[in-house]
Every structure is written in structure tokens, then in C-alpha cells.
Design a protein around this ligand. Structure first.
Ligand SMILES: [Ca+2]
Ligand SMILES: [Ca+2]
Ligand SMILES: [Cu+2]
Length: 338
């Protein structure tokens, strides 16, 4: 079991990944065009996590690229699943990770506790369409982020839709919304003037969520104000898979011109934090915060956002890597598993 900040994961299980054909109909036609250029990536503030590799603050250069204003919704993922017959890894494994507070008694009984993070359950039958296990549904959540999608599932959606996952640098540049070195996409304060700007956790984690920000679980993808570039819910709501392998140190010495992360690894980068993040608990909904999970793991607070364009080597969706057979001892383990 590999468990990182707020999201449980499992060791790679090496299922073959089936790349779906490209959609004949263009998808994501109205992405936000960003000019690129240079920006200051990372943070070194006292509230950050040095061990995650948030720092050092460094100048990173990016080509122009496009990124979606929102994460991929249930409705969008449903169109993909319907067109291709794609089955997610959660479906093929027969379970995904669900927050205990969302489970019916029956589904809770059928679930296995995640000891490293006991508010998580490995719930049989949970997948994107049944986010809290059997008998749950997304009927009233068509415009919510799709969740319970692994990194491989996200990549399959990208291949079909003619898009790609953003690199971690692109994600952070886009999430900063043109502000320099602020803690959040809108500034330094979590709730400026008492106003909620994102979907995180209020109350006593993991037992009391007051839902003061309006949402106990996921929120519709266009909730709250967009940032200066027009992106919604980059921080909070759901963790977002990025293209890169995760390393807490690689970027210290790596090239800073359109960085694409380490050449290999065992976990993929996730950014932005989720509806389960809380100031007293993990504080990883800051715009510079980082986390990761194994590429076939899924949970009820992990989704993704698509991008396109960028440097020539990023322009076409790349073929899938072979299934990972990573050495478990090399796994990144988040520091946030209490
Ligand atoms: Ca909330
Ligand atoms: Ca997010
Ligand atoms: Cu968190």
C-alpha cells in the first residue's frame, strides 16, 4: 500500500493498458490559450513541505499551450466510455478508494479499511459511475469532476479526445493565473473577506465536515470564481493528475525550459488538493503543493484536466508506457498519512 497526502494508493498491479482510438469528433475545442513565457515555480514558505520538493523557487520557461478551464466532468467521461467501451482500472480491479463518511452502512461493511489512512475504504464496486459503491450514482453530478480515474484512465481519455495531460510546470503556471508567488490562485488568504474561494474541508477532519464552503464532497466544476486565466477549481475539489513522474528532487538540477519531469519513476504527480484537504491536516491545497500516486490507483478525490499544444514533442498524445513494475521500496510515501 502506498499512501500519499489525502489519497490512498496501491502498488502497481501491471494490468495491460488499452489505448482507445481517437474520437472522430473534435473534443475540448475551447480550451484556454496561454502565452507561456517565464514564471516563478515552487515555494519555500514556512507552511510548505520541503520534503515534497516544493522548492526551490525557480524560473521556469514554457512554450504557449492550451489548458481546459475545468477538470473533465462525469458527462464528458461518460461520452468517452460510451464511444470506446473503455473500462477503467477501478472497474477491472473491482474496487476503488472511497471516503468512509460517504459510504452506506452496507457498502462500509463490504469495504476494507486502509490502515495508513483509516478514513479511506477500499470499496468493492466503486468506480466513476458508482462513486460511493453499489447503488450510488452520478445522475445528479453530471457537471461534477469525474473521479475514481487512474493516471492510465486519464491518459486513455486524452488519447481519445486528442488532448494530453498538462506537465506539472504547465499546471502550476496555469493555476497561478498570472499572479506571482502567491499562496493560492487568487492571493495569499484562504478566505479573503470571509469568502470561500475553493472546495476544501471545514471542521474537524476526518469526522466533522461543516461544508461551510457549500460542498461536502465534490462540487460542480465551475464552482467559485475562476482564477486570472479563467481556470476553475485548480486548488481544492479534486486532485489533478499531471503528465510527469514524481520526484521530490529531480527538478533541482533538471533543465527549466519546458520541464517534463524525471524520465521514469513509480508514481505520477498530482496537484491542487481536494475537497478533503484541511488547513490543520495537510495544507496541500496551496498552489505550490505537490503530491503523487501510483499510476493505476484511483480514489473519490482524484480527477484530471486536459491540455494541448506546447513544445513540439508534446503536441501529439504519446503512446502508453508499458505497465509499471516498480520496486515498492522506491515508492514515494507522502508525509501526510496520520
Ligand atoms: Ca467543502
Ligand atoms: Ca483541483
Ligand atoms: Cu490534502
Amino acid at each position: 500500500m502506498s499512501t500519499s497526502c489525502c489519497t490512498p494508493g496501491h502498488e502497481p498491479r501491471g494490468l495491460p493498458v488499452i489505448a482507445p482510438p481517437r474520437s472522430p469528433t473534435p473534443r475540448h475545442k475551447h480550451m484556454i490559450r496561454l502565452p507561456g513565457g517565464t514564471f516563478l515555480m515552487g515555494a519555500e514558505d514556512a507552511e510548505g513541505y520541503r520534503a515534497d520538493g516544493e522548492g526551490p523557487i525557480r524560473t521556469v520557461e514554457l512554450h504557449p499551450f492550451q489548458i481546459e478551464a475545468t477538470t473533465v466532468t462525469n458527462a464528458q467521461f461518460a461520452a468517452f466510455a460510451k464511444a470506446t467501451g473503455y473500462t477503467t482500472e477501478a472497474e477491472r480491479f473491482g474496487f476503488s478508494f472511497v471516503f468512509e463518511g460517504f459510504l452506506t452502512e452496507e457498502n462500509a461493511r463490504a469495504s476494507e479499511i486502509v490502515h495508513a489512512a483509516p478514513w479511506w475504504r477500499a470499496t468493492p464496486g466503486a468506480f466513476w459511475k458508482r462513486p460511493e459503491g453499489p447503488d450510488s450514482s452520478i445522475t445528479s453530478r453530471q457537471n461534477h469532476p469525474v473521479v475514481h480515474v487512474s493516471w492510465h484512465d486519464a491518459r486513455a481519455y486524452c488519447d481519445w479526445s486528442g488532448t494530453r495531460l498538462p506537465t506539472e510546470a504547465e499546471w502550476e503556471y496555469a493555476a497561478r493565473g498570472g499572479l506571482e508567488q502567491r499562496r493560492f490562485p487568487w492571493g495569499d488568504e484562504l478566505t479573503p473577506g470571509g469568502r470561500h474561494m475553493c472546495n476544501v474541508w471545514q471542521g474537524d477532519f476526518p469526522h466533522v465536515n461543516t461544508g461551510e464552503d457549500g460542498h461536502l464532497g465534490t462540487a460542480p466544476v465551475k464552482s467559485y470564481r475562476p482564477n486570472g486565466y479563467g481556470l476553475y477549481n485548480t486548488v481544492g475539489n479534486v486532485w489533478e493528475w499531471c503528465a510527469d513522474w514524481f520526484s521530490p528532487t529531480f527538478h533541482r538540477t533538471a533543465p527549466r525550459d519546458n520541464p517534463t519531469g524525471p524520465p521514469d519513476g513509480s508514481a505520477r504527480v498530482m496537484r491542487g488538493g481536494s475537497h478533503m484537504c484541511h488547513a490543520s491536516y495537510c495544507n496541500r491545497y496551496r498552489v505550490a503543493a505537490r503530491s503523487s500516486n501510483t499510476p493505476d490507483s484511483s480514489a473519490g478525490n482524484i480527477g484530471f484536466r486536459v491540455a494541448a499544444g506546447g513544445p513540439p514533442e508534446n503536441k501529439h498524445p504519446t503512446t502508453h508506457h508499458k505497465p509499471q513494475h516498480a520496486n515498492p521500496s522506491s515508492h514515494h510515501r507522502g508525509s501526510c498519512t496520520w
